[in-house]
Design a protein around this ligand. Structure first.
Ligand code: ACO
Length: 381
């Protein structure tokens, strides 16, 4: 069929409302405002399961038994260290290099260094996925320490992904509250249907390209401010506002300038983002624990003010901002934190796409001119 055969009324800008495929990994129910992971509502999992358990669920399809969890945890722990060529490459980069650009390059380099890069069998994809999920907190913490001019640290066994990350970034053990907070953040951001970065990963996988190419592309997609960079932009917004007294002025100015409130609005959810209430609660507790509720207070009042002014709901990125800030994570690293959490979701989708693949290739409605006559170079104006 010619692409020109597409009728204009079939075009949905941004593919809004288009069902582009099937998945059994997660369900983003926009009308009921629910997020389901492999059959479990996230409310069922949060506060009960660890990120390791949820990661296993998303990747392999069922919650692990005690023995499976022990084996999975051992696998992750044994593969957390960064390969020397990755460390060497990171250290050649300028300190000011963008964290997402650096992460994208590191994932790509992992592919270059893996002799089985082009093995697209499911077993090989699983092996690469486990390795990449295990190492991602180490990579992100290393990016943070390299930016700060600090020596890189090595992961220690016996702690989960979240606590490992906080230790590798800060050089000291996190409190149980901090470790639980980041663990919950990782769970809440682990997967989200056919969001832009996941769809990107699936599209790359659809060409029978390799795992690393799919993940590299996904990182590039997450980097955009309308997707993963919204958490960083949300923190910049809170910093710009600075105090609750400035909120009204900020809201009016943003409306007058026709700008966007970062961390508000969602393509799919028609009401409240089901992840936001959990993130809000965690951010509140973290703020109280350090005796600095300013960022939470600004966030809460801004949420109300934007609702009054424009009836916009907050999305996942809004309270992620103060939560990550309270964990001492520099704002520039925020989007890489999102990538840390989403690595498991991306990997599960690459596996699902590869297991039942068909090339993803939509049509385009051509709206340019036709039947132009060739004009020789010397006659063109
Ligand atoms: N601030 C102000 N107005 C907004 C916002 C916002 N955050 N979000 C939507 N709107 C308004 C738009 O101006 C538009 O109004 P109009 O019709 O009067 O012009 C209307 O709502 C629809 O906006 P669209 O961009 O068409 O909605 P879409 O479904 O494409 O947008 C998106 C979804 C991109 C997330 C949008 O809400 C946005 O830009 N939000 C800010 C960025 C952000 O937080 N991104 C993170 C999303 S979640 C994630 O990726 C993890």
């Amino acid at each position: 069929m010619s692409e020109q055969a597409t009728q204009p009324e079939q075009v949905r800008k941004g593919l809004e409302g288009v069902v582009a495929g099937e998945t059994s990994i997660s369900d983003v129910d926009g009308h009921r405002c629910q997020l389901i992971y492999r059959g479990y509502h996230i409310d069922e999992l949060i506060g009960r399961a660890s990120y390791e358990e949820v990661g296993y669920l998303l990747l392999f399809g069922a919650l692990p038994t005690r023995a499976q969890l022990a084996e999975w945890t051992t696998q992750l722990e044994s593969q957390r260290a960064m390969d020397p060529p990755l460390t060497a490459f990171l250290q050649t980069l300028p300190k000011a290099a963008g964290p997402m650009a650096t992460l994208r390059s590191l994932v790509s380099l992992m592919g270059v260094l893996d002799p089985s890069e082009n093995d697209t069998s499911l077993e090989s994809i699983k092996r690469k996925a486990v390795r990449t999920i295990a190492v991602i907190p180490t990579l992100v913490a290393a990016i943070g320490r390299h930016r700060a001019g600090q020596p890189l640290l090595s992961p220690t066994p016996g702690v989960g992904q979240a606590a490992t990350f906080l230790y590798l970034l800060h050089g000291k053990e996190p409190t149980p509250l901090q470790a639980r907070a980041l663990d919950a953040y990782f769970i809440l951001l682990a997967d989200h249907g056919f969001n832009a970065s996941t769809f990107t990963a699936r599209t790359v996988t659809g060409t029978q390209s390799d795992y690393y190419s799919a993940i590299t592309a996904a990182v590039g997609s997450l980097k955009g401010p309308l997707h993963g960079a919204a958490n960083r932009k949300a923190m910049e917004m809170l910093t710009e506002i600075g105090s609750v007294e400035q909120i009204e002025h900020y809201v009016q100015r943003t409306l007058a300038d026709h700008k966007r409130f970062m961390g508000f609005g969602h393509r799919v959810y028609k009401g409240a983002d089901p992840r936001a209430k959990h993130l809000k609660e965690i951010a509140k507790r973290l703020g109280e624990s350090v005796g600095e509720t300013r960022w939470f207070d600004i966030s809460e009042r801004l949420q109300e003010a934007v609702w009054q002014a424009k009836k916009l709901y907050i999305n996942v990125d809004f309270y992620s901002a103060s939560l990550l800030h309270y964990l001492g994570i520099p704002t520039e690293l925020f989007t890489t934190m999102f990538a840390c959490a989403r690595m498991v979701g991306w990997s599960a989708h690459v596996l699902e796409q590869a297991a039942d693949n068909r090339l993803i290739r939509p049509l385009a409605l051509y709206i340019g001119p036709r039947e132009l006559k060739f004009v020789p170079l010397d006659h063109r104006k």
